[in-house]
Design a protein around this ligand. Structure first.
Ligand SMILES: *Cc1c(COP(=O)(O)O)cnc(C)c1O
Length: 227
């Protein structure tokens, strides 16, 4: 085939889909399935791979970001799920280190949330994060990427979040490979984590993985219309 490929030379991981992935997609396209059953079953595989209670295949890490925030805002309350993106009556603030602002953080506010920054473009302190937490805090977001600073770090972020009983969600879109990173952030204590399926994992472009703790993942299922 004579594709003109541009941009690949600037990509660190130019990974094409493997033949067995294409074969699995082809096989799956030959049959009708109940999509909720399929998503639940695929989610179990994702959960195992990530060492999490529950998992879900999403349409990109971007969608995983939307669902993480939505889950933190609505919990498992049907009325709340129905009401989004109107967040009246819900905790609706997502706290993010200013240095980790990036073009994908729009996905955090897509479900109706508001972004609350702390720290500067290069640094942050525990005190600054602590000052940003209040009764409207839905979650603290942490973005892991080679091109972004870590601020106070994920470990310290999780420690502080626990103290304040606030969930931590992680955007780890391009952190796999290595495969060990699938479970790394859950092991560290993150409540939910999202990965891109179309980057180094080598899946279809518009896919992603979401994994996390049982209650929040159930809320994510509800917000994804997997009823
Ligand atoms: C690529 C990327 C995303 C979006 O991932 P998709 O799977 O394309 O939706 C989100 N956050 C970060 C940091 C990324 O690098």
């Amino acid at each position: 085939r004579d594709y003109k490929v541009t941009g690949v030379q600037t990509c660190a991981l130019p990974i094409l889909m493997r033949p067995e992935v294409l074969q699995a997609m082809d096989d799956a396209a030959q049959v009708f399935v109940n999509m909720t059953d399929l998503n639940r079953a695929a989610g179990e595989v994702v959960a195992r791979a990530c060492g999490a209670d529950k998992g879900l295949v999403t349409s990109g890490c971007a969608a995983a970001q939307v669902l993480m925030v939505a889950a933190c805002m609505t919990g498992q309350n049907e009325d709340n799920v129905e009401q989004l993106p109107d967040t009246t009556g819900m905790k609706n603030e997502v706290i993010l280190f200013k240095g980790q602002r990036n073009r994908y953080d729009k996905s955090f506010v897509t479900p109706g949330a508001t972004l609350v920054e702390f720290g500067s473009e290069t640094d942050a302190t525990v005190e600054e994060l602590e000052a940003a937490i209040n009764e409207n805090t839905a979650c603290i977001a942490f973005v892991v990427a080679p091109f972004l600073p870590t601020g106070i770090g994920l470990e310290e972020t999780i420690r502080l979040a626990r103290e304040h009983d606030v969930p931590v969600i992680v955007d780890a879109a391009a952190e796999v490979p290595p495969r060990a990173n699938l479970s790394k952030f859950i092991k560290m204590g993150a409540d939910m984590v999202g990965f891109s399926g179309g980057k180094g994992i080598g899946g279809p472009q518009a896919t992603g993985l979401l994994a996390g703790s049982s209650d929040l993942m159930e809320a994510a299922f509800m917000n994804s219309l997997n009823l």
